[in-house]
Design a protein around this ligand. Structure first.
Ligand SMILES: Cc1cc2nc3c(=O)[nH]c(=O)nc-3n(C[C@H](O)[C@H](O)[C@H](O)COP(=O)(O)O)c2cc1C
Length: 194
């Protein structure tokens, strides 16, 4: 059984990004026995709306010392073999809600004696499902791609595959209704299982 964390970044729980991510999870389920835990960053208690910069995590090694639900999630991140990030593009980047949560990944980074970053994230496969109103050229997708690249390069995870769908407005329907998109999302999900 593979444990998958679906970490969503939209304030709309049934919006485009999470609907598309749910289809990708169906694809993962076709390829493997998975157990999914969904956490909506927009509703997760996050005391300082991000990292408090207390640096308490550094001596604590991979433990966030803030007393809130985000820390409780971060502190059991090694329970998961996969993390699927789902986010709308907000002002040419991931949503602030997701960023406030992933800033807390700071607690998951430390340095070895040679100054190399070590992180429990290295044992976890990450993937991202991204939706936007604009298309690949006009939405700010390249900022999101670059952010994900820095995230994987810095923490030492494998490159993070991205499923993007543009031209998504307020109707989340296409993610579940459009057959071509559904097939693409299912194939994306299946491809994550290795
Ligand atoms: C505050 C805000 C900022 C947005 N900024 C962008 C943007 O920079 N580029 C873009 O293509 N779409 C932008 N959009 C549109 C959303 O990315 C798009 O509708 C997305 O599919 C919504 O996903 P959701 O239903 O999961 O929330 C923005 C929407 C909102 C509400």
């Amino acid at each position: 059984m593979l444990n998958v964390l679906l970490l969503t970044g939209s304030p709309r729980p049934y919006g485009c990004s999470s609907s598309l991510a749910e289809v990708a999870l169906e694809g993962m389920r076709e390829a493997a026995d998975i157990q999914v835990e969904r956490v909506d960053a927009a509703r997760l208690e996050n005391k300082y709306r991000g990292c408090s910069s207390c640096y308490g995590c550094q001596p604590a090694k991979f433990r966030c010392m803030i007393h809130d639900a985000t820390a409780r999630l971060i502190n059991r991140i090694s329970d998961f073999q996969y993390i699927v990030l789902a986010t709308p593009i907000y002002f040419f980047n991931i949503s602030g809600q997701l960023k406030a949560c992933t800033d807390r990944f700071m607690a998951l980074c430390s340095y070895d004696d040679q100054g190399k970053v070590i992180s429990p994230l290295q044992k976890i496969r990450l993937a991202a499902v991204v939706t936007s109103e604009g298309d690949a050229e006009t939405s700010g997708l390249e900022v999101v791609e670059l952010w994900l690249k820095w995230l994987s390069d810095f923490t030492g995870t494998a490159p993070i595959p991205i499923l993007h769908k543009g031209n998504c407005c307020r109707d989340a329907g296409p993610a579940v209704r459009e057959e071509e998109l559904r097939e693409k999302a299912l194939a994306f999900g299946r491809s994550l299982i290795q």
